[in-house]
Design a protein around this ligand. Structure first.
Ligand code: PBG
Length: 333
């Protein structure tokens, strides 16, 4: 902490706030399109569909996904994170569609990489879009999500994404040891440069609900929850253990999620560890701002910009946000 001994009237804090020119010169944080990652939902359907719980977003068909990618590139947004919407017929108890080399996500990755090689493609590693029960892993007879058994499938899923050309795989499942298993699998298969973005401190949050609606896993999950693997929102120290484990196992980047309500965690992790920290402004955080703006209670642009600037100020260098396109457009105005 820097010491500061200031007394009025020698010190008038308002001098540095008087005009926008001086405010800009002393500004400590700025947002750029280079900080943004756009999370996109993709569907096997012929046409894109609106997502009711997240106004302004869509489940994208392959053609629209490619158009979106073009837009991201033109707006200098460097990365896209992909989330598949899987038809119920393809969901199973063991979620084995997750590593189908001809699956929706694998095809989307290779299409994107062949048409937009400069766009960073991040793929979600977790089984929830693929399981009949909506859990991120494989369950036993008591509905308990099995750790080591799940890791075996996650490993295959991650490898199938790397083979399709993903630049970064992002395990969001919160099993113990999965970063190490995936890293080992990648090294064994010569994917030395495929990065791992670990959802290291992912909290069991109610703010994921609109996402579960978007990927059609809400009904599957029904009354179940994810509290035996995602973190308890009351804990902070525990995030250090999660992050240090993932770094030791070979994570390249760690993520904190949700973002807005967990800025203390982002800030702590940023100051304790020398690894890039990303944050995810999740579906419920997006929906909340959007609903307030649609109701006329908040100005949409101001609320989005302040929320994302704050996430950056707290220490995140990359931010996943469903508002990425709006932000990049506003920044270029
Ligand atoms: C699932 C996953 C979730 C999100 C990203 N990956 C939901 C969950 O854990 O239930 C949430 C993202 C969001 O809410 O925007 N592995």
């Amino acid at each position: 902490m820097k010491e500061n001994f200031s007394h009025y009237p020698n010190t008038r804090m308002r001098r540095l706030r008087r005009t926008s020119a001086i405010r800009n010169l002393v500004s400590e944080t700025s947002l750029s399109s280079h900080d943004l990652i756009y999370p996109a939902f993709i569907t096997e359907s012929e046409e894109s569909e609106d997502i009711g719980s997240m106004p302004g977003t869509q489940r994208l068909c392959l053609n629209d996904l490619l158009q979106l990618a073009e837009k991201l590139v033109s707006l200098n947004i460097p990365a896209i994170a992909l989330f598949p919407v899987i038809q119920n017929e393809k969901k199973t108890v063991d979620g084995k569609e997750a590593f189908n080399s001809n699956g929706l996500i694998q095809k989307a990755i290779s299409k994107l990489k062949s048409q937009f090689p400069e766009l960073i493609v991040i793929s979600d590693v977790a089984l929830d879009p693929y399981t009949t029960h909506g859990q991120d892993g494989i369950i036993d007879e008591n509905n308990y999500v099995l750790n080591d058994v799940t890791n075996e499938t996650l490993k295959k899923q991650a490898l199938s994404h790397a083979e399709a050309g993903a630049d970064i795989v992002a395990p969001s499942d919160m099993m113990d040891g999965r970063i190490g298993s995936i890293r080992e699998e990648f090294e064994k298969n010569q994917f030395h440069n495929t990065m791992i973005l670990s959802y290291a401190a992912k909290y069991a949050s109610c703010f994921y609900n609109p996402f579960r609606d978007a990927v059609n896993s809400k009904d599957n999950l029904a009354s179940g929850d994810k509290r035996t693997y995602q973190m308890d929102p009351s804990n902070s120290d525990e995030s250090y253990r999660e992050v240090s484990m993932d770094i030791n196992e070979g994570a390249d980047i760690v993520m904190i999620k949700p973002a807005m309500m967990y800025q203390d965690i982002i800030s702590n992790i940023k100051s304790k560890f020398s690894i890039p920290v990303f944050a995810y402004q999740v579906s419920g955080e997006y929906a909340m701002i959007r609903a307030a703006a649609d109701a006329g209670y908040l100005n949409h642009k101001d609320a989005v910009m302040e929320s994302v600037l704050s996430i950056k100020r707290s220490g995140a260098s990359g931010i996943l946000t469903y508002s990425a396109i709006d932000i990049a457009q506003w920044l270029s105005e």
